[in-house]
Design a protein around this ligand. Sequence first.
Ligand code: NAP
Length: 278
Amino acid sequence: MTIVVTGATGPFGRHAVEALLGRGVPADQIVATGRNLDKAADLGVRVQQADYGDPEQLRAAFTGADKVLFVSGSEPGVRVPQHRNVIEAAKAAGVGLLAYTSIVNADTSDLILAGEHQQTEQLIKDSGVPYVFLRNSWYLENYDFRSAVEHGLFGAAGDGRISGAARADFAEAAAGALLADNGTNRAYELGGPGFTMAELAAQISQVSGREVTYTDLGPEKYAEFLVGVGLPEQGAAVLADADRGAAKGELEAGPADLEKLMGRPATPVSDVIRAALA
Ligand SMILES: NC(=O)c1ccc[n+]([C@@H]2O[C@H](COP(=O)([O-])OP(=O)(O)OC[C@H]3O[C@@H](n4cnc5c(N)ncnc54)[C@H](OP(=O)(O)O)[C@@H]3O)[C@@H](O)[C@H]2O)c1
């Protein structure tokens, strides 16, 4: 069996390769792909260049692959044509399973971030390649816990519950989905047990020993705040929009799918905070 992991030069793909190795997949049956291959050189598996903008490279990388973990691209706005290349290459190579990292609640989500994932899911369905959608909620690593300790926690998610989980947990679940025999053409809604922003602030307080409070700014002011701390306007708008959606539960999913695929409970939020503050 050969498993190709795209985006293996980034932290998610790296964790997924490590999880596959940890579950006993031989190193010579894993191919790690990306653009900047230096970042995957120490993984101990085969590495191969595969730029989502280069159909030839993708086809070469997928030839002989039984399964592909397709890690979504990181350049919003151009992801649909890039992802189309990946899907067409997977189809041409006769890949038996394409596991795509999507966004939680993709069926119904109205987040700006969801649009490209929804279009990608549709392209995958239309391609006829057997698929699994790994609909990930928020990475806990999205939060700047150090800054929260210094300045407080800000957002626009109101009292909405966010099923954040450690990025490594989502990646481990992806590895689990690649190896499980749960059938294809299905979606997993992946997240941790969840928290409100006020509860997250309380957890940061507990771990850090400093009092951290959550201030809800509402989407517009939160976008301005994010620009003020250095984010580009478009990125700030997307993040503020994600919080707008989170306030009405767009980032919420129970932990059942994540924990089933990992075969263990989600990493406690406090552990992720502790690691970030160490
Ligand atoms: N759910 C969430 O909260 C959340 C948060 C952030 C990101 N994400 C999504 O999850 C993905 C993985 O997360 P991450 O933290 O590992 O992201 P990351 O650090 O941005 O890494 C992205 C990975 O995708 C690869 N990639 C991006 N564009 C590519 C292209 N055009 N062709 C080939 N490879 C390409 C990168 O390869 P090179 O480095 O070699 O160029 C890298 O390996 C992201 O790409 C994004 O879609 C989700």
